[in-house]
Design a protein around this ligand. Structure first.
Ligand code: ZN
Ligand code: ZN
Length: 408
């Protein structure tokens, strides 16, 4: 049995909300929570206490990646379709472990992860971040989540298999699918309301779903005290969805001033995912990405950074997301360096901690060093506020990952 208490001494605390590095402090953890902190003499160390002398390193809250797909461990849908559910799940949990070891102590899965995966991590059967999952994303027929080849005339298959999305058409079917995902423990509902890069047969500016269908999903989510987040690039889709009451927008590469106005007015969240386009542009072909998808990358890649910059300047709630699939997941931390082109380090850090916590309904629980919060902590050599890229070099700079008070 591991020690239930942990004491970190000689560390500079970095509280993201204030965006300042504090004086050398100690931090005490008990029962998985931050129990006390201080700058004076540290509490006595006994046998039940695990002690980490940080040697002047930085201690900050564990990171949150709010756009992952742990299930999508291959670029090739045909290969993935040949896997058994068990094999696909084992691969997904291995990916989750790698995420934790990069410093992500919480991830929000927006298509694919399910209750069983979260349960395996919670029970300690698998090592991984806190897994906040939304089950399967909702797609219309022929939408971003309907990956049947054009020659396939069979019905969309099959709710019992692990997959990223499920097809639901019409208000009644959307309601029923939403209720089913919430029944299975979804913390949010993901809706695919525009074309996408990974789906070879739709255009990114194409609108998917009607206002009535999005409204129905929002009503179901609100009835369950949950929320809807949408995959979309273009204001044609994004702005309709925001008017219908969705709380979060994924990607948003092509957004306009009206999108920004609606995001601010609704106190909604935007999760840009720059790194996925950057990686797909660099390595997509080699990693086995279909040619039709590869050609779409260029269009959304270019616009992503300037959209982020405009949203940042306007004060939109921005949250860290990577959206990498297959072997590209190794670049999960590179979103930090890409955003640093247009955002100060403190703002990027908040997007991966305190602002993400608000999106997840976990403010005060994660993304903070406050007493009472979950003891999800990183001990990092260097100062991420001076150079955010220290977070992208876990092999040399990340000394410890602590999740719920346990040193990983
Ligand atoms: Zn998406
Ligand atoms: Zn995604």
């Amino acid at each position: 049995m591991a020690a239930t208490r942990l004491l970190i001494t000689n560390a500079h605390p970095l509280e993201p909300e204030s965006g300042e590095l504090g004086d050398v402090s100690w931090l005490e953890v008990a029962d998985g929570r931050i129990a006390a902190t201080g700058t004076g003499p540290a509490p006595a160390i006994s046998d039940e206490v695990r002690h980490i002398d940080a040697g002047g390193a930085t201690v900050l809250p564990g990171l949150v990646d709010a756009h992952v797909h742990i299930l999508l461990t291959s670029f090739d849908p045909k290969e993935a379709a040949s896997w058994t559910p068990g094999y696909a799940t084992v691969r997904a949990l291995r990916e989750a472990e790698r995420m934790l070891r990069r410093g992500f102590t919480t991830v929000r899965d927006v298509g694919g992860a399910d209750y069983g995966m979260a349960q395996a991590i919670d029970e300690g059967l698998a090592v991984g971040p806190r897994l906040v999952f939304g089950g399967k994303a909702l797609s219309q027929t022929g939408g971003h989540g309907d990956i049947r080849p054009l020659g396939d005339d069979t019905e969309p298959c099959c709710q019992s298999r692990p997959s990223f999305a499920r097809v639901a058409d019409g208000v009644d079917a959307v309601r029923s699918a939403a209720r089913d995902e919430f029944r299975k423990g979804a913390a949010h509902l993901k809706m695919l309301i525009s074309g996408g890069v990974a789906s070879p047969h739709d255009e990114v500016s194409a609108v998917q779903y009607t206002d009535e269908e999005i409204h129905a999903a929002v009503t179901e989510a609100e009835n369950h005290n949950r929320y809807v987040t949408v995959h979309a690039y273009h204001p044609r889709g994004v702005n309709r969805a925001l008017r219908a009451g969705v709380r979060c927008v994924e990607h948003g590469n092509l957004i306009d001033d009206e999108t920004i106005r609606l995001l601010l007015e609704n106190d909604a969240f935007l999760v840009p995912t720059l790194v996925t386009y950057d990686q797909m542009a660099q390595f997509g072909r080699r990693a086995g990405m279909p040619e039709a998808s590869y050609r779409k990358v260029a269009a959304v890649h270019e616009a992503a950074l300037s959209s982020l910059e405009r949203a940042h300047r306007a004060g939109v709630n921005l949250v860290y997301g990577s959206d990498l699939i297959g072997p590209l997941q190794a670049a999960q931390l590179s979103e930090f360096t890409l955003r640093a082109e247009v955002q100060p380090a403190a703002d990027i850090l908040r997007s991966a901690t305190s602002t993400a916590a608000r999106l997840l309904g976990m403010a005060g629980q994660i993304g903070t060093l406050a007493v009472g919060a979950h003891a999800d902590l990183l001990v990092v050599d260097g100062d991420p506020l001076a150079d955010i890229s220290v977070l992208t070099r876990p092999e040399s700079a990340l000394r410890h990952v602590v999740k719920a008070g346990q040193v990983i």
